[in-house]
Each structure stands twice: as structure tokens, then as C-alpha cells.
Design a protein around this ligand. Structure first.
Ligand SMILES: [Zn+2]
Length: 186
């Protein structure tokens, strides 16, 4: 077993043995009936729930790079739909953050990194020929508020999403301060 995994499993065994899970026991249905889509940024792991008074069991939380819904029928949108119909979420909060890594992504440079890491040029060519616009697919955003509004709009207008409030917010990854960029109540 590799070192990282070994460390994790060793810690995990003692976590379970000492019943440290007890404070986290809850059900799979969110007590505060909403679902959050946010960014996978490391600074938000604990800060975002803490700054919103969210505990284990309170909400459904979906994460993606940038907190972006990029396609109407991808995994992120499917998760939102499952949260609404199967798990009792009654509102959706899309939360981006300032200083997001997705705002500085350079797809052309990432393609260079693919090649440096051993991906064949031919593979990229095949993907492009089969219809994947790699640069468009990897593209981030210039303005986080704009990106959040666009994801909110995609969710609100999705043919399988019922009439429920969908909100857009942006969080400060240092202080946890939330700014509303698009309120979903009519
Ligand atoms: Zn981010």
C-alpha cells in the first residue's frame, strides 16, 4: 500500500475503534431542505459549512471545479435533480468564491501539460476529431459572479427542474462572507 493511503487507513481504524463517528451520526435526508453546489477549493472544506451554520446531516453538498454546471445532462445536474426529487431538497444554492482557480485556468497551457505528463499528441487529436473541444471543455471563467449567474440560469431553466428557488452566491475564501449575486425568490 502507498504511504498516503496507509496513513489514512491507520488513522481511520482508530477513528472507528474509538467511536469518534458518534457526533456525526445522522440520516441521508437533509435536515435543512436545500442543496449546495460549490467549488472543490481546499479553503472551503470547513469554512463554508462553518460560515453558514451547516452541520453534518443538514444539506446535500455537491462540488465541482468552480462550482460550475457546465452541461445540462452531466453528473452535476443529475446530482442536483436527485437531491430535489429523491432527497427532499427544496431550494438550490450555487456558491462560487473569489480568487477561484478556475478563473486563471489556461486551457492551452493545460494541453501542454498533458503532453509533458506523457499523454500522446495523437490522443488529443483523436479526441478533437471525435467532437470534444478540449479547450472549450477545460475553459474556466473570467468573472465568478457571471459564472454563478450562468449556472443558476441553467438550473432554473432546466426542463427537469421544478419551480423552486435557485440562488447564486459568492463567498470570500478568507473570511467566509457571502455576497448574493442572484436571489431566487420571486
Ligand atoms: Zn474555486
Amino acid at each position: 500500500m502507498g504511504k498516503l493511503l496507509e496513513e489514512i487507513i491507520t488513522f481511520n481504524r482508530s477513528f472507528v475503534e474509538q467511536q469518534k463517528f458518534e457526533p456525526y451520526l445522522t440520516s441521508k435526508f437533509p435536515d435543512k431542505k436545500f442543496v449546495i453546489l460549490t467549488c472543490m477549493d481546499t479553503r472551503l472544506i470547513e469554512l463554508l459549512p462553518a460560515s453558514m451554520n451547516i452541520k453534518n446531516g443538514d444539506v446535500k453538498m455537491i462540488k465541482s471545479a468552480g462550482g460550475v454546471v457546465s452541461t445540462a445532462f452531466g453528473g452535476i445536474m443529475r446530482s442536483i435533480i436527485v437531491a430535489i426529487y429523491e432527497l427532499g431538497a427544496e431550494e438550490v444554492l450555487v456558491i462560487g468564491h473569489y480568487d477561484c482557480g478556475m478563473s486563471s485556468i489556461n486551457p492551452q497551457k493545460m494541453k501542454d501539460k498533458f503532453l509533458e505528463r506523457g499523454i500522446e499528441e495523437e490522443t488529443l487529436t483523436i479526441l478533437e476529431h471525435s467532437g470534444l473541444h478540449i479547450e472549450r471543455w477545460l475553459r474556466g471563467f473570467d468573472d465568478v459572479s457571471e459564472s454563478i449567474r450562468s449556472s443558476v440560469s441553467l438550473i432554473r431553466n432546466h426542463p427537469l427542474v421544478p419551480k423552486i428557488p435557485v440562488h447564486g452566491l459568492v463567498i470570500d475564501p478568507a473570511t467566509g462572507r457571502l455576497d448574493i449575486v442572484d436571489e431566487g425568490y420571486e
